[in-house]
Design a protein around this ligand. Sequence first.
Ligand SMILES: [Zn+2]
Ligand SMILES: [Zn+2]
Length: 183
Amino acid sequence: MNCPVCQSENFGAAELDAGLVARRCGACAGNWVSGRGYWHWLQSHGENLPERREPANGSAAPADRQPKLCPECHTAMFRYTVGHGLGFGLDQCPACKGIWLDADEWEALKERNLHDDIHAVFTAPWQAEASREERRARLEQIYLKRFGADDYAEVRRVRDWLDMSARKQELLAYLTDPDPWGV
Ligand SMILES: [Zn+2]
Ligand SMILES: [Zn+2]
């Protein structure tokens, strides 16, 4: 077995959670979880834990890197964005369904109760939402830079207020009319 990150062959066992044993790279501390091991753990783990939401920190997963190779069957793995404010992705082997987690990613997922949603991260709806979230985060950075933090906070407040109003169109027309008093 070769580590998909650092190529080390030095793997040991690591218990990620009660009943979930991963193979951990001795060099980079990444974890390899078999698809079957994950499902087995998921079933014994009980009810899905509600996500602990945190304000998004605007971090996005690093852009496409070279695909990692599955340490088990050497297939190029697919990369999935976790989103939900977590700035990393997960790799899954499309052939043997094994899951690669870089060092500390399991702990980061568990902190947010997302460790029992890894199978959901690999689905199209989750990925679509993660892309939307990334776009929002990117635009947010652009607006912040353009307006500055104070103006951006204010224009956001006004925008939210407009969105809530039944008179949104009239209010907008007033706001954008260069001469609302007709003088
Ligand atoms: Zn490694
Ligand atoms: Zn594989």
